[in-house]
Each structure stands twice: as C-alpha cells, then as structure tokens.
Design a protein around this ligand. Structure first.
Ligand code: NDP
Length: 286
C-alpha cells in the first residue's frame, strides 16, 4: 500500500504553529511584514498574489503589495526594490515571476537585499545553500524537505534522483538533500536512459512540467516519489508529472497532486518571512 504524503494536512499544521510564532514576534513590538511586488496583471500571477495575501493575513503577517504597470522599466522596478530594501519595517521581499520580457530577471533578483530575499533566489543565498550554510532557501524545495521530515523519511545515505534542473526546484533541492547526506543525481531533458537511472532511486523527485510522464516502469519498488508537477490539462483538470494511479501500484510513498507539494510552498514562504522578522527582533535586542 502506497502511503500518500498529505501536504494539505501538514500545511494546516504549519499554519497553526506559524500563527503562534507571529504572535510572539509581535509581542516584541515587531509586525512581521512581507512586501510583494507584481509587475503587470498576469491572471495566473494574480491568483498566486491573492492567495499569498490571504494566507499572510490568516497567520498575522502584514503585506505591502505594489502592482507596477506591465511596461515598467528596469530602473523603475529596481528603484522600487531598493525602497523596500531600505524600509526597516519590511522583513521579506518577493517579486512575482514571470516578469514581462523587457525586464532582466537576474538583475531584478540581484537587486533584492540578500537578508530580505524571502524566496532564496539571490545568488548570494544560493551560494550559501551550496556551502551548507543556508540562509533563506527556495520555498518549494523547503516544502519537500518538510514533507520528508514529517513522514520520518531521512534522506541520509539514500540514492536520490531529481528530474529537472531549474533554479527554483531541481538545483536548490539537490543542495538541500546533499546537505542532508543523500547521494544525488540530477537529470534533465538531455539525460540518456532516464528510466535506467530512476529505477535506482530510493527517492525520486519529479519536477519536469510534463503531465504524467512518470509511470510504474520508472520506479524502484517501494521508492519514495515526490511529484512536484502542476499541469493544467485542456479539460481544466490539474495533474502532476507522475501518472499517480499507475505509480501507486509500485511506490512506497507518493505526494498526491493536488494536495502534496503545492500547499507546502506558500506556508514555507510565510515561515521564512517570520524567520527574517525574528532575526530583526534579535538584532534590536542586542
Ligand atoms: P522548468 O520548466 O523551469 O524546468 C523543467 C525541468 O525539467 C528542466 O530542467 C527540463 O530539462 C526538465 N525536463 C523537461 N522535460 C523533461 C523530460 N522529458 N525528461 C527529463 N527532464 C525533463 O520547470 P520548474 O522547475 O519551474 O517546474 C517544474 C514543475 O513543477 C512544473 O509542472 C511546475 O508547474 C511545478 N512547480 C510546482 C510548484 C509547487 O509549489 N508544487 C512550484 C514550482 C513549480 P532542461 O533543463 O534540459 O530543459
């Protein structure tokens, strides 16, 4: 029987404990605050934007939301980020992606002060993560680590295969799992004989953005399978990168889609905002 790793339930548990953390920080006279910057009004980004506002409000995190016009210049966006960097009351800064094409994503991310980089995408924080001295870390991989911990699945000594090498999922997750003493293989669209590699995995993480590409034949019996994919089919149905019903015949553990990794990402964002706010309390107390 495959154990389904319930991200929805774990996210709820986190929400309750984060509420308490926010309350404690407020008792020190600090209101944890997240600045969210959106450039343009892309409908998908707006949905994420609103759900983050709602979750933050529920936990007790204040949000400062700015929507800039879709044709904003690089200079104007960086000026706005610098204002956030300098504002003592702001603890975390988040820029909604994707950015309109006239903006250089790398330069925009690098403009965020590393100590307020709540998404952990700044090269300085990525570097720290790879040095096993993590500051803020990307939220989706952090959510995956939290799910493994909840189900007492220690990655130490395990063979992990990650499908996907993006800077938001595959690469930072590889660093986190390496820091947790796993042995890592990262695969991608140019990998030869993918199936031969994945069949050796004790933990298989799939973050390829390819609807239901992973079937039973890719899985070692009893493996832990983490399905990161969120794919909307023409019918409107959301499916993962794993053919869930098929893989259930063979996997030991599996994250469902929806309700697995997805709900964890936004709570990790809030957790990290509180961590950054807590640091400012500690700084003031010195
Ligand atoms: P990207 O498109 O940035 O990266 C996809 C990666 O998968 C690339 O490295 C690509 O290889 C690799 N890949 C694509 N096709 C194949 C294939 N057939 N075989 C092997 N590797 C392949 O995606 P993201 O990392 O941003 O997202 C991945 C998925 O996770 C998406 O479905 C996304 O919606 C979802 N997601 C879910 C989140 C959540 O909260 N649950 C958060 C973020 C993403 P190459 O580098 O060679 O092109």
């Amino acid at each position: 029987m495959t154990v389904l790793m319930d991200g929805k339930k774990l996210a709820q548990k986190y929400r309750l404990s984060l509420k308490k953390d926010a309350e404690l920080i407020k008792q020190h006279g600090v209101v944890p605050t997240l600045a969210v910057l959106m450039i343009g009004e892309d409908p998908a980004s707006q949905v994420y934007f609103k759900s983050k506002q709602k979750l933050a409000a529920e936990i007790g995190i204040a949000t400062i939301d700015t929507v800039m016009p879709v044709d904003s210049s690089q200079q104007a966006v960086i000026r706005q980020i610098k204002q956030y960097n300098e504002a003592a009351n702001i603890h975390g800064i988040l820029v909604e992606l994707p950015l309109p094409p006239q903006l250089d994503e790398k330069a925009v991310m690098e403009a965020i002060a590393p100590e307020k980089d709540v998404d952990g995408f700044h090269p300085y924080n990525i570097g720290r993560l790879f040095m096993d001295d993590a500051g803020p870390v990307p939220c989706t991989p952090a959510g995956i680590m939290a799910l493994l911990a909840e189900y007492q699945l220690d990655p130490a000594g395990k063979r992990v295969v990650i499908i996907g090498r993006s800077t938001i999922v595959g690469r930072p997750l590889a660093a986190m799992l390496l820091n947790a003493d796993a042995t890592i293989t990262i695969t991608h669209s140019k990998t030869n004989e993918l199936e031969r590699i994945t069949r050796n995995a004790d933990i298989l993480v799939v973050a390829a953005g390819q609807p239901e590409m992973i079937t039973q034949k890719y899985i070692k019996p009893g493996a832990i399978v983490i399905d990161v994919g969120i794919n909307r089919l023409g019918s409107g149905k959301i499916v993962g990168d794993v053919a869930q019903e098929d893989v259930k015949q063979r996997a030991g553990y599996l994250t469902p889609v929806p309700g697995g990794v997805g709900p964890m990402t936004s709570v990790m964002l809030m957790k990290q905002t509180l961590k950054l706010a807590k640091r400012s309390v500690e700084f003031e107390r010195r």
